[in-house]
Design a protein around this ligand. Sequence first.
Ligand SMILES: [Zn+2]
Length: 179
Amino acid sequence: MKRFRRLLFNVITAVSLLLSVAVAGLWVRSYWIYDVVGFPLVKPQHFATLSEARGGVQLTVNVGDSNEPVHQFGIESHSLNELESILPQSTTTHMMLHPPFFAWYYFDGSHSGIKMRFYMFNLPHWLFLTFFALWLVFPVQQWSRLRRYVRLNRCLTCGYDLRATPDRCPECGTVPQKM
Ligand SMILES: [Zn+2]
């Protein structure tokens, strides 16, 4: 059981580290590149997209009855400069390219000549990064405590001072491994 807990702890630490690095990378990338992934929903005209631009992540759910969905399933990437010059200077474009920290919108109207109705939720990258990085606080604390115990010649299990009894911890019975 203890071994399983240890394994679980290590897996959570590794996954959090991986996700933190990935989010940090995407965050930096989002200032140059606009990425969008499309997912078809139940009705063929309905679709959802997950996109990111300038430090914001947007989930958009399109519920309009347009026969010409802007995004089918797939990934698209555009440079922000390119996108800004192509897209009309509408509020929708502005929302996508200059996302605020926290927001949600409901849009019902015409965009690039296509009738659209959608919900958009925007969350900042730093929120995701904070969430994943929080899982790393405890392992980092634990690691620095162990390093301190090794340096001060203390029992790694309970922290008892082992300078007088280097062969066995009198407090918890742990036999220190010789390095
Ligand atoms: Zn001990």
